[in-house]
Design a protein around this ligand. Sequence first.
Ligand SMILES: [Fe+2]
Length: 557
Amino acid sequence: MDNSTVPMQMRLSYAGTTGMTVSWNTFSKLQAPTVQYGTSQDALILQAQSSDSITYPTSLTYNNHVKITGLQPDTRYYYRILPGGPISSFRTARVPGDGTAFVAAAVVDLGLIGPDGLSETSKNALAPGETSTVDSLIGQVPNFDLLLHPGDVAYADYWLDESIAGYLRNYDFSATKGAALYEKLNNEFYDEMVPITSSKPYMIGPGNHDANCDDGVAYWHNGQWVGGSGLCLAGQTNFTGLINHFRMPSKESGGTGNMWYSFDHGMAHFISLDSETDLGNGLGGPDEGQPLNSGPFGAYQNAQVDWLAADLAAVDRTKTPWIIVMLHRGWYVDYPGGCTACQQAFEPLFNTYGVDLVLTGHNHFYQRNAPTKNGQPDTNELNNPSSPWYIVNGIAGHYGGKAGYTLNPPYSRFVQNQHYGWSRLTFHNCTHLTHDFVVSNDDSVSDTATLYKNRTCSFSDGSPHPSTPSPTCDEWDSNVFATDAGRSYVIECELDRVGNDLNMVWISSNKIEDCLAACDSTPGCVGTSMSGTACYMKKKLGVAKHASYVRGARLIS
Ligand SMILES: [Fe+2]
């Protein structure tokens, strides 16, 4: 097979509760990135395609993205990337109002593990035989639904610092060789993550090291200064790699690219923010200006904060009681230089709308705070506070990791920089959320705390129940409709299952349910395709093809 199209770096991201974006890299451009999928690994009878196969200057690969839509929520699908991909599977998000308990993993400031990154010989080295954070997460994949990663993802921008420090051999400070090394580190990291990201949605946000421009000081080497903005390589500035590599659900949430967006999973509403640029109201983002010179990404100056306010205002707390915000930099941190501009931009909105938890990294230690508002710890602590809870966990493992803490602020409740680790969020129900710091080396929990919120919820049994009794497109797309005959169909808007026709009848009412009633009374009918008022009944479900004028349905029970 042609190696240039073999899929690498497979990764997933939620695209609403009825969609999933499958992304991967290839050495050559794909004309039509294609994913086959289905609810049985023996019958990948559906297919999704795109034309999204892109690269950027200095990249060694193409980033391919296919969004699969029209899926059922909370359902396992099997998929295969063409050509040559292995069969893997994912589970779609639960609908808002589904109160089933679940676990989310979160990691910040991670970076490459192994000979070219954190290793037994690097700075802040792993002890001989110590399990890394990536390996810990891989081992725990069956036990979480999704992985959050708000920034400082691959740390490939440290190619220069790590070279100079002697951790990477055979380096060359020329732009060409530097760019190749940068891309090699990126590719190694994303391949390393595949055992996680090919089966669990990997929801990322921007961090300073994803601005992709080495921001270290300049170094005197072979008679010249190197480093700093002088080696800010073309194609690696302004979050270029991150922007090309991922497709976060901003379209579904009204956000902006991978920079800010939101999504729901069951009883939680997750918001990912950009602490690096676009803080609005004239505030300077940390990565704006020299040397990183990043952003802006918003359509206008206050685009991010206006979006955040609208997004928060729209949350139905009876269905998604938990609002979790992730962003790279925090301000309630036990070290000088917390992001006060981020605080000015975001904290008033967090307070106004009662955000439950704010998860940040950037500072390379773990710090659990009390719920805090305007610098004051909440007197209720975790027992029904009115202030958002802040947790800093930037000690996933980049080799530069493990930073000191110095300030002992009044809101800090637990801080450590001894162990690399990640965060585990367990959403128990409407009122209880547990945060654990998981020590990567042995999966032990070195800190655990449970937040209690006194509130009532309106949870369903997990099944979607659209408001109208008569299924229509697009309101019912991917939802289950039960007919009077007691059979259940998934409505498939704009999908045509060509062929395998049993019969055709005209539906003068033009209603989907009347077509389904005809199917119910036709022996052997397992699905329908409506084209106008023509109702085609199917003896077998063929491959679904996109057709904007077709209202389809398939029998599930
Ligand atoms: Fe950072």
